[in-house]
Every structure is written in structure tokens, then in C-alpha cells.
Design a binder for this molecule. Structure first.
Ligand code: ADE
Length: 246
């Protein structure tokens, strides 16, 4: 998969993309991340990328020309048929594990990092094919949103995680929060690991984890419960036991 990031602050990506899973995925050539500096596509002497809003008001607006030129250069390099060109903005549809899965299916993606008080509306109207927000808050730059999105996508690329099953047990992968995890020591400060996890009985462990995931989700994120499908047995267990579980 190749991801082109179109932004104003390329240096911001250096550390996050040279660590951990993203680093490994790059080394294994599972992902190719190419960063483009919008400023390199300006044609004026001072490399101006923003300007005052027409009609007045505070702040600066990202100019259309350098963004259009950067996207044109990205498109020219390869023939990216149907490549999503995603504007990162608090006005977009909200990013989720479901959206990450959808984006991970593409062989190419372009992310445009918005900036300052906003971007010229013609970028939205005539280049972006999608708009994504990473949550209902305002960041000072779309670069941070791009890092979040790339990280969530890379985890889903087969081979990117140490174990092929790791992504399946992540919170949200099945619409539920993840079950509690423990590692050695068996007892730490009088706090023992739940006995079932030491039993070696894999079906009992799977059942315990599933129930923990359900109860945890019901308590912490009841909004998610409406979207998940429980078996009849699980529904019955949920109504009988939920109040007694930690
Ligand atoms: N740029 C500024 N805030 C943002 C957000 N919440 N999501 C995506 N891009 C942004």
C-alpha cells in the first residue's frame, strides 16, 4: 500500500513513522509513505501557502493553487485510478475502526492535511473525494490526524503486526472493547491474575474473555452495544450477569 501525505510540516512525521509498527511495515515494504511539502509547489518568491479570508475575519486560509499542484504531481507519478484523496478536517466524517478497515482495502491513498483556520473551499469541492475528522475537537494541524489514520491503517495490513491475530483482539475490532489482559507475575502486590487464565482450558478462557469484553463495553460504552450482534446465549448471560461483573 502507498500513502501520499500532502502537508505543510513534513518534519512532524519523522519520529512517529520511524518507530515501532509503522517502521517495521516500511522496512518490510508493506507500506510506502511519501510526504509532500505543499510549500514546494508554490510559484512565488516567498513560497506563500496561505492568505486572508475573502469577506474578512480572523486567521489565514490555505490557498488552493499549491494544494492542487501537489495533488497533480502525486497523480502524475503513477496512475492512481480511484485513489481516495482525503481532506483531514474537523468537518469530515468521524474516523473509526470501521473507516480504518475500509481505507486499508485501497492500494493507494492521499491525505491532505488542512491547516490554519481552514482551507479554501475549492480544495474541498474539487480535489478531495472524502473528508475525515479524527474526533470532535480541533487540532492545530491535520498532520496529527494523518499520523493517527496511518497508524490505524498500518496495523490492519496483513504481516504488519507480530502475530496475525493481534489486530483481531484489539478493542473495536469486533465492535467491542478489548477484554482485560494480564502477564507475569501471577500475583503482584496481593493482586492475583484471574484463575481461569491459568487453567489452560482454551474454551473457558475464550468464553471468559468474550464475557469480559461484553460487560466492559456495556458499562463503559453503552452506545457501542446497539451496534453489536450477540448470540441468544450471550444476550441471556448479559441480562442475568452484567450488574455483578467488574
Ligand atoms: N484538523 C484539525 N482538527 C482535526 C480533526 N479533529 N480531525 C482531522 N483533521 C483535523
Amino acid at each position: 500500500m502507498r500513502i501520499d501525505i500532502i502537508c505543510l510540516f513534513p518534519e512532524m512525521f519523522v519520529s512517529p513513522f520511524s518507530q515501532s509498527i509503522v517502521k517495521r511495515a516500511k522496512e518490510q515494504e508493506l507500506i510506502d509513505i511519501v510526504i509532500h511539502n505543499i510549500r514546494d509547489y508554490t510559484r512565488d518568491k516567498h513560497h506563500v501557502v496561505d492568505d486572508c479570508p475573502y469577506g474578512g475575519g480572523p486567521g489565514m486560509v490555505l490557498k488552493p493553487e499549491p494544494v492542487f499542484e501537489t495533488v497533480a504531481a502525486v497523480k502524475q507519478e503513477l496512475k492512481p485510478d480511484g485513489m481516495p484523496i482525503i481532506l483531514l478536517t474537523p468537518q469530515g466524517r468521524v474516523f473509526s475502526q470501521q473507516v480504518a478497515r475500509e481505507l486499508a482495502l485501497h492500494s493507494r491513498l492521499a491525505l491532505i492535511c488542512g491547516h490554519y483556520e481552514g482551507v479554501d473551499e475549492r480544495i474541498r469541492d474539487h480535489i478531495a473525494t472524502d473528508e475525515i475528522s479524527i474526533g470532535d475537537y480541533v487540532l492545530s494541524s491535520g498532520e496529527l490526524a494523518a499520523m493517527v489514520i496511518v497508524d490505524a491503517i498500518v496495523r490492519l495490513i496483513p504481516g504488519a503486526l507480530g502475530s496475525p491475530l493481534s489486530a483481531d483482539s484489539d478493542s473495536h475490532s469486533e465492535g467491542l472493547l478489548e477484554y482485560p489482559q494480564y502477564t507475569r507475575p501471577r500475583v503482584y502486590r496481593d493482586w492475583p491474575v484471574p484463575e481461569v487464565l491459568l487453567s489452560g482450558n482454551h474454551s473457558e478462557i475464550a468464553c471468559w474473555r468474550r464475557r469480559q469484553a461484553i460487560s466492559r463495553t456495556a458499562k463503559r460504552r453503552p452506545d457501542l452495544m446497539e451496534k453489536i450482534t450477540l448470540s441468544d446465549k450471550e444476550k441471556q448471560w448479559t441480562s442475568e450477569n452484567l450488574l455483578n461483573l467488574k
